[in-house]
Design a protein around this ligand. Structure first.
Ligand code: FAD
Length: 261
């Protein structure tokens, strides 16, 4: 996200304003942990940090956000003045689990059995972002696409086995590695002991994501869209078609009718 904003301000928007210079946009990542992309090997994490810095992103690690208000972000005694703050610290499952009165974790994910069924309800399953699958070491599987895809497949197979009268098998997650894009021609990929970064990693990321799309038509369509964005530097990003996010401050008493944000 920070990489995309960096690229957007430095390449996509840079030529289109006379009175402001989008290249002067200040972008910060504020991360509570010691390094960003903490699930990756430390060397990939530092390569990603260097790449982000080249895009003008300042990476603040070991920095816990203590407050966010309309004018900025407080990090302990430090403050960053900001009109735009994007909060990306985790996701929450839908309210469905809590509505059903079943056991959920702190992200409202339903705690499931080892065959992904609900405790006491072998006929009901939860998978993907909605499920909290506990590993033997006490950790839980993260809310990412490979987990959702493998859990969906496993649930399908379990239902087929039930119909055929075969016994259920416990779900086993196969970690196929992890990837993250940082920007144009910039990514990091970790598959077992293999650690790559730069353009080759970015190309691998692209191929894997295209491969996992559901139909040939989707693959071709997405590939064409991405190629268009790549060669045009995503100029479509200049258009803001939905303005619901815009915050209008309340008018101060005694001020005239200036309602700009
Ligand atoms: C911004 C963002 C970036 C991400 N990037 C990555 C990434 O790079 N790599 C990665 O591995 N993962 C990524 N993820 C996580 C990944 O998208 C999810 O883990 C994955 O999509 C989960 O799949 P799912 O089928 O469980 O849920 P979803 O894909 O969210 O599908 C759930 C569906 O259920 C529908 N639904 C919700 N409530 C109801 C209801 N009450 N009744 C009926 N339907 C309902 C929703 O509309 C939705 O279509 C990202 C997620 C986000 C938000």
């Amino acid at each position: 996200l920070a990489g995309s904003i960096g690229e957007m301000s430095r390449y996509t928007l840079s030529k289109f304003y006379r009175n402001i210079d989008p290249k002067l946009t200040r972008i910060f990542i504020v991360e509570a942990a010691e390094r960003i992309l903490g699930t990756f090997a430390p060397e990939l994490s530092s390569k990603a940090t260097r790449e982000l810095e080249k895009l003008g992103v300042q990476v603040w690690t070991s920095s816990m956000v203590s407050d966010v208000d309309a004018d900025g972000v407080q990090i302990g005694r430090e403050r960053i003045e900001a009109a735009t703050v994007l909060w990306a610290a985790g996701i929450k499952a839908s309210d469905l689990g809590r509505m059903m009165g079943v056991e959920t974790d702190r992200s409202d994910r339903i705690v499931v059995e080892n065959d992904l069924s609900l405790p006491g309800h072998p006929e009901v399953f939860a998978g993907g972002d909605q499920a909290c699958f506990m590993l033997e070491n006490g950790a839980t599987l993260p809310g990412i696409a490979p987990v959702a895809m493998q859990e969906g497949n496993a649930i399908g197979k379990t239902i087929l086995n039930d119909i055929k009268g075969k016994p259920r098998k416990p779900f086993k997650y196969r970690d196929k590695g992890q990837m993250a894009t940082i920007g144009r021609n910039k990514a990091i990929v970790e598959i077992g002991n293999l650690k790559i970064n730069g353009a080759f990693a970015w190309f691998t990321w692209l191929l894997v994501h295209i491969y996992y799309l559901s139909t040939f038509r989707h693959r071709v369509f997405v590939l064409m869209q991405w190629a268009w964005s790549y060669f045009t530097f995503g100029y479509g990003a200049r258009l803001i078609v939905n303005r619901d996010w815009r915050i209008y401050r309340e008018k101060k008493q005694g001020c005239d009718d200036d309602s700009s944000s």
